[in-house]
Design a binder for this molecule. Structure first.
Ligand code: NDP
Ligand code: 8X3
Length: 258
């Protein structure tokens, strides 16, 4: 039997845009209660208002920088009583900075990517998963990337951070064996979101160029698969997904129309 999302409490990090916001919309439509976290509160609140209007959703918004371990721990332990029991965690917050060569890149870009994509994901996992184990139910979805499976020039630290996400998903599943808590790692290819805009420091033309001539995935395409994974029957664990646009077959192979 597929699992109902009605009244399931879902924490989504990086819900202010892209894949995280798409997950919020789809999960709200299926009756989930949502804790939406990101640094920018304004888009989170706008999304929450929409979901409340469209689906009468219960939504809590949290301004949170996942790079801050104390803030993460306090945000989770300080949730109101009726929000403490988190059923699903979507570790989605993440970003890339630049496409510089490993021997030339600004150190600050490395710190930002590793602190967000690796350490931030760990901090949130550490704060949430003990509650899942204690309550005897839960599902962690980690958003990795095809970049964690193949390294491309200029991407070595972003790619390494996503390879780490893959290892962390594997390790978490190993450590949770014997509990009912499930772990899904999903590695998307090119998804048109704010990702490239962030990578290229707000250069919209350069960001647009990444998706020029091809049909990329949308945030909703990724959310579809996450919804599939979290609604499988309790004995089924969708462990590992590589999700690509039809126009992409590897990080190096992308079909672009002339
Ligand atoms: P977006 O830039 O649209 O969304 C990224 C989200 O992460 C935003 O909500 C942002 O919110 C949040 N975020 C970034 N840093 C932090 C932080 N320190 N603390 C809390 N939240 C943070 O990009 P995507 O939706 O594409 O990215 C979502 C995930 O998908 C990322 O992990 C990315 O690496 C991964 N991914 C993306 C692909 C793509 O091609 N787009 C492909 C494969 C994986 P805010 O700025 O408000 O904090
Ligand atoms: C984002 C996809 O290939 O631009 O993780 O790194 S890619």
């Amino acid at each position: 039997m597929t699992l109902s999302l009605a009244n399931q409490t879902v924490l989504i990090t990086g819900a202010s845009s892209g894949i995280g916001a798409a997950c919020a919309r789809q999960l709200a439509a299926l009756g989930a209660r949502l804790i939406l976290a990101a640094r920018r509160l304004e888009p989170l609140q706008a999304l929450a208002n929409d979901l409340q209007q469209q689906h009468s959703s219960e939504v809590l918004t949290i301004g949170l920088d996942v790079r801050q371990p104390e803030a993460v721990s306090e945000a989770i332990s300080g949730l109101p009583d009726n929000w403490q029991a988190i059923d699903i965690l979507i570790n989605n917050a993440g970003l890339s900075r630049g496409l510089d060569k490993q021997y030339e890149a600004p150190l600050d870009d490395w710190e930002t990517m590793i602190d967000t994509n690796v350490k931030g994901l760990l901090y949130v996992t550490r704060a949430v998963v003990p509650g899942m184990v204690a309550q005897g139910r839960g599902h962690v979805v980690n958003v990795g990337s095809i970049a964690g499976r193949q390294t491309y020039p200029g991407g070595s630290v972003y790619c390494a951070s996503k390879a780490a996400v893959r290892s962390l998903s594997e390790g978490l599943k190993l450590d949770l064996l014997g509990t009912p808590v499930r772990v899904t790692n999903i590695d998307p290819g090119l998804v048109e979101t704010e990702f490239s805009l962030v990578r290229f420091g707000g250069d919209a033309d350069r960001a647009k160029g990444v998706y020029q001539g091809l049909t990329p995935l949308t945030g909703d395409d990724v959310a579809d698969v996450i919804v599939f994974a979290v609604t499988r029957p309790a004995h089924v664990n969708v462990s590992d997904v590589l999700l690509l646009p039809t126009d992409q077959s590897s990080v190096f192979h992308v079909h672009r129309a002339e």
